[in-house]
Design a protein around this ligand. Sequence first.
Ligand code: AMP
Length: 181
Amino acid sequence: MDLRKGFDISRYVRDIHDYPKPGIIFRDITTLLSNPYAFRASVDELMWPFLQEKIDYVVGIEARGFILGGAIAHELGCGFIPIRKKGKLPGKTIGQDYTLEYGVDTIEIHADAIEGGDNVLLVDDLIATGGTALAAVELIKRSGGAVVAACFVIDLPDLGGSKKLVDAGVKFHKLIEFEGD
Ligand code: AMP
């Protein structure tokens, strides 16, 4: 289903070459977020497959996943839970190491945020190697939650992350993709 009716979201993503290091094309969504049509189209189309699902929480990954995930949680009428970089959450946390396209890091979730049996929709702006998203899926599962799906504005399929998610049995939803990295 095309809620965009030909509206091209990819036109609002800005390519920044050699950021954060040489050879990387950073897909900047601040230009998408600042456009009212592109922002609304993105939020609407990210959430529409899940309108009929029982979702208890949207989990967003720091930092752009907070902006999209907060809007989606508000629209779905469910709660929002942040996954943050190590050391940022104030309460007791559980953590998971992951490999980023450009480095290694740890993400954390509050240990008591999700209860057994909670249904979770995972949201981030972009999936590349899938390291971050798979670590987030692991955190949700270790918390006792079930991942209904993981959704992203942008997929970089050549980096293999979306395939890894699907192979891990996670329902995957994306709006646009870019070839290469
Ligand atoms: P990965 O773990 O490799 O799938 O990387 C996904 C995370 O890193 C997401 O939170 C993205 O926001 C960020 N990221 C990775 N590669 C890029 C890129 N080329 N442009 C923008 N963000 C990226």
